[in-house]
Design a protein around this ligand. Structure first.
Ligand code: ZN
Length: 137
């Protein structure tokens, strides 16, 4: 099923989940995801201005969750098969965790180019939740 996120929290974070909205620092220009808290570049607080990135980037880290994974992944594995989990550095510089989609997750990894697309993430509390996943380019 994935980690528990309450519906109000989910709804508050839709801009980040659908469009990967990041915070551009008005002090140093670095991009932080999600766009809240301190800047990852200079630790300035209150300096982040929300911007929508292109959604393209490069895989920095990669793993595949398959059968034998902890039970909280069983519904997702039954529905989707092996899950590719990635950390992507967007072209703007922000680092975003996510899942691979539209591919065999074992065939892609570090250094491959991806783009964000909106896909179903999982169902929780009777509501299908959608958000950005990464598709290889
Ligand atoms: Zn900064």
């Amino acid at each position: 099923m994935g980690a528990y996120v309450s519906l109000p929290t989910w709804w508050r974070s839709l801009d980040s989940r659908y469009r990967l909205v990041v915070g551009r620092c008005s002090e140093c220009g670095a991009h932080t995801f999600p766009p809240e808290g301190a800047c990852v570049g200079c630790n300035a607080v209150g300096s982040l201005v929300e911007v929508e990135p292109e959604g393209t980037g490069e895989i920095l880290a990669h793993t595949v969750i398959e059968s034998g994974a902890p039970p909280e992944f069983s519904d997702l594995l039954d529905a989707e098969g092996a899950i590719g989990v990635v950390l992507v550095e967007l072209d703007e510089g922000a680092r975003v965790p996510g899942m691979l989609t539209d591919c065999d997750p074992g065939e892609f990894g570090r250094g491959d180019r991806v783009e964000a697309v909106v896909r179903r993430i999982y169902k929780q509390e009777g509501v299908l939740r959608y958000g950005a996943k990464f598709r290889p380019l």
